[in-house]
Structure formats: C-alpha cells, structure tokens
Design a protein around this ligand. Structure first.
Ligand code: FAD
Length: 487
C-alpha cells in the first residue's frame, strides 16, 4: 500500500463522502485551520462528462432554517449565494380529487421553506470546498477500511485500477450516506447500537413541464395530492418545471407493474396533474425512472474513540416527509463546530482554530457531540415518519385543518409561548428533542384549554337557559320533559 504521509505537521481531517454534508464539513474544518482531504467514491459530478454519474435521488430538496443557519455561520455570503438558487414555498397547496386547490400557509408570519436543485447545491458546495485553502478533493476514491485507533483510512483509487491508498488522519469524518462504510467499520469495532427499517412505501419521480412559458402551477407552494395511503407531491424548479414524486405502498407499485396502466391510475387519482403532465410523459417516465425505497436508521454513539465521527445520513437517515434529512445533516456540522469552539475557549484559547484542540479536548468534543446529537437526531427521525401520515391523509381532514388554524391563531397572539410543531422544526433551531417535549406540553395545554372552554360554555349556557326559563327548578322540569319524550 503506498502511504500518503501527512503533508504538514498540522492537524489533518479525512472526510469520507463528497455529498451535501461532507462538502460542507470540509469547508467548516478548513475554516477552523484543519488540513482537509475529502474522498468521494464517484467521479467529480461538476464535470460535464460525469453528470450522468450524479445520483438521481430527488432532483430538488427543501432547504429551511437549520440548513441555512449552518451556511450562515460558515459565511453569510455563502447563504446568500444559496438563497439566489431557491424558490420560496410559503405553504402547501392541497389538490382535491375534483381539482379544487386549497392553500395552507406554513406560518402566520410568512416564513417559508425553499425549493433548491440537489445538483446545483452540491456543485456550489464542492466549488466552495475547492476554493478553501487547505482542502484537497479526491474523486474516484472509495473508502474500504479504517483503523480508527491509529487514524488510518484506506481508499480504493479507481484511476489506478483499484489500487489501495492509505491515509493518516487526526479525525476521520464519515459523511458517506445511509449505507455508510465508515459506520460499518465502527460497528465492527463494537459498542454501537444500530437499527434500520425500510418502510413499506417507495417513490417514483416525474416531471411537469412549463405551460405557455410559465409554471403550470403556483410556484410558491409545495403541491400535495393527498389520497390516504398514497400521495403525489410537486416542488418547483428554476426552469419553470415541477418535479413530482409519487409515494405509494410497494404492493400498489406491484399492481401497476402487473396491469401496466399508470395513465388510468393518474386519471382516477390525479386527473388535474395528469392533464398538466401529459399522458405520454407520465407513461414514459413511469417506465423509465427508478423506483426508490425509503428507510430510516438510528445509531448511537455517532463517534468512535477520539478520531471518528459520523455526520448526515451516515448517522441518521430518515424518510423525506419533513424535508429535514439534509437540513439536519447541515445542523450536525454546525453543532460539532459549536462544541469544538466552546471546548477550545474553555481551555483558554480564545481563537477559532479547532485544529488547535488537544487529543483530550477532541475526545471531549466528540463525546459531547454524540451525547447530544444521537438523541436529537433520533427525535427528528421519528417526527419525519409521523409527518408522512399527516401529508398523505391528515391534510385533507377537517378536524386537523381546524386545529392547524387554531394553533396558527394562538401563535399569532402568543408568538413565544405557542409555536406550531412545523414552525419549530422548519423555522427555528430549537433542538429536536426540545421541539418534541415542547410540542407535548403545548398539546396537553391545548386539550385542557379546549375541555375547560367546553365546560365553561356548557355551564354558562345552562345558567343562561335557567334564567330565561325562570330559574333552576324550571330548567330541571324542562330537562325532565325532554327526557320523558326521548325513545
Ligand atoms: P449523501 O447525500 O448520501 O452523500 C454521501 C456521499 O458519500 C455520496 O456522494 C456517495 O457517493 C459518497 N460515498 C458513499 N460511500 C462511499 C465510500 N465508501 N467511499 C467514498 N465515498 C462514498 N432532505 C432535506 O433536507 N430536504 C428535502 O426536501 C429532502 N428531500 C428528499 C427526497 C427524497 C426522495 C430523498 C430520498 C431524500 C430527501 N432528503 C431531503 C434527504 C437528503 O437527500 C439527505 O439527507 C442528504 O442527501 C444527506 O446527505 P449526506 O451528504 O449525508 O449523504
């Protein structure tokens, strides 16, 4: 194995995975004085010849406060450049079967989430990492093995016929996605709890073309066609198209494969969408596009010894129904940075070069990170799962919509005391565990208030009626008469 000796005596980080989270982590660590080598198994997706090698998983994503906050902390100009690429979505547009559209705003104060192209965002972050002094990007390098105690990672170099390259590092960051090999190696070393679950639903993407040179639907909404056990959603793209995703149980996909008539399925369940997409397109894309599976995973701890940490999907893949997977991964990077800086400062170093952390401080930072983050990310993995039922079924339910309006009104009246769940998740950086605790308290308070209001209304109504009838005995006689007539 040829060995790449560290080029300088400085602290060196090796990042495995040049996806959304790995490339942001590279920028952060470089800014904090680390020498960073980022290894990505695929070729460089920014080069035109390699575009096909970019994955096809969801063409666009929703980015919200947690993701934007991590970009802002790194560099407000980077957040501004990302914001130049987005299309704001102020609410959900619910499409009924008869074609009627109803807008549900996300927030009474006009806060919004943002649709952004996955490809554009990853290119921007890789360019940013490329520009950082101290960062080297290595494409076509697949992680295969690591010895965390000695800080050695081994990569297979595609350009050299699969030759193995061994690299030394003070910190190994596993940002290699849901099927993380770094996590596998950490698990092989023992003492890691892990669970992984595939849900019984899959997804398939379609496109909706522009209509007369403009968006076919309102671009400032996330469109949902909720149909109980399945749903279609659509997010806008800057080229006036929408990317539509059909989420559905696998047995329904299976049934459609058997009789093959996706067009009549759309005609029955999404007639307005079919009209805008076109029958030929729906048929062709359903035949050609892959059907993706959906899973969630949790693990704990997220670290190994004082040298390795998992960030992003490698530590906590979740189903996409809260639009939080990437946002949460970006928040991981910010959270680790905050902890490292705090420990550095507590040790008397008032600078911001976390590369100056001693081994002992680094271990402390990773321990603290894992203790906080394993719980927080577990909470959002659960919330994301719950939100699927909300999107595909509850949004069409009258009681649910009424409750949402009531919460919105209370939030408007008491913006600090009552915050709807969606607002806490998407528009704040309140830790996810606190979001859940606070939500449970609010729900209890809301239920008690509604019960108290109902009792007060009943008592008040009774008193009023008694007065109108001439006193309590008259009211009791009237009640007895009604009771006697009852069957
Ligand atoms: P990945 O994006 O998976 O990147 C991992 C990288 O590591 C890849 O480039 C891979 O090639 C590389 N790699 C893997 N193995 C190795 C190896 N052995 N050696 C070297 N490199 C390796 N999130 C949101 O926030 N908002 C949304 O709206 C949203 N919508 C989604 C819709 C769908 C349908 C899906 C499936 C997901 C969605 N997500 C969304 C989640 C989001 O896509 C992920 O959370 C995000 O991509 C995680 O980023 P990552 O960098 O951790 O992992």
């Amino acid at each position: 194995h040829p060995s790449h000796a560290p080029r300088t005596p400085e602290r060196r980080a090796v990042i495995v995975g040049g996806g959304l989270v790995g490339s942001l982590a590279a920028c952060y660590l470089a800014k904090r004085g680390w020498r960073v080598d980022l290894y990505e198994k695929r070729p460089d997706s920014r080069k035109p010849d390699n575009r096909d090698s970019a994955e096809h998983r969801s063409i666009n994503l929703a980015i919200s406060e947690r993701g934007l906050s991590a970009l802002r902390r790194l560099d407000p100009a980077l957040e501004a450049r990302v914001k130049d690429l987005v299309i704001p979505m102020y609410g959900r547009m619910i499409h009924a079967l008869d074609g009627q559209q109803t807008s549900h705003r996300y927030d009474v104060f006009g806060k919004h989430i943002n649709s952004i192209g996955r490809g554009a965002l990853i290119q921007l972050l890789l360019d940013e990492a490329d520009r950082c002094p101290g960062v080297a990007l290595h494409f076509g390098h697949e992680f295969v093995q690591a010895d965390f105690d000695s800080g050695q990672a081994v990569f297979r170099d595609a350009a050299r016929g699969g030759e193995h390259v061994t690299v030394g590092a003070d910190l190994i960051v596993g940002a290699d996605g849901a099927f993380s090999q770094v996590r596998q190696r950490m698990m092989a070393k023992g003492m890691m709890n892990y669970s992984q679950t595939y849900i019984e639903h899959g997804y398939c993407e379609f496109s909706m073309p522009p209509r007369r040179g403009d968006f076919a639907l309102d671009p400032n909404h996330l469109h949902i066609w909720p149909r109980g056990s399945f749903m279609l959603i659509a997010l806008p793209n800057p080229d006036w198209t929408f990317t539509c995703t059909l989420f559905m149980p696998w047995d329904k996909f299976g049934a459609l494969a058997a009789d093959g008539d996706i067009v009549s399925f759309f005609r029955t369940h999404f007639p307005d969408a079919l009209q805008l997409m076109g029958e030929d397109r729906v048929h062709a894309e359903y035949t050609a596009n892959p059907k993706g599976s959906l899973m969630y995973l949790k693990c704990s701890p997220h670290t190994h010894s004082h040298r390795a940490v998992l960030l992003g999907d490698a530590a906590h893949a979740m189903v996409p129904f809260y639009g939080q997977g990437m946002n949460c991964g970006f928040e991981d990077v910010e959270a680790l940075d905050r902890i490292m800086i705090r420990i550095l400062r507590a040790g008397g170093d008032l600078g911001s070069s976390t590369a100056a952390l001693t081994d002992k401080q680094l271990r402390q930072a990773l321990d603290e990170y894992s203790a906080a983050r394993a719980e927080d990310t577990s909470a959002i993995v659960d919330l994301a799962l719950d939100n699927y039922v909300e999107m595909r079924a509850k949004v069409a339910d009258y009681a649910y919509v009424t409750r949402k309006y009531l919460e919105g009104l209370l939030h408007w009246l008491f913006p600090r005391q009552i915050i709807p769940l969606y607002t806490m998740v998407s528009f704040t950086s309140i830790p996810y565990t606190q979001v859940v605790a606070r939500w449970n308290r609010q729900t209890l308070w809301l239920h008690r208030s509604i019960t108290a209001a109902a009792i007060a209304a009943a008592v008040g109504g009774g008193v009023l009626l008694a007065r109108l009838l001439g006193g309590p005995p008259a009211l009791l006689r009237a009640v007895a008469r009604v009771g006697a007539r009852a069957p």
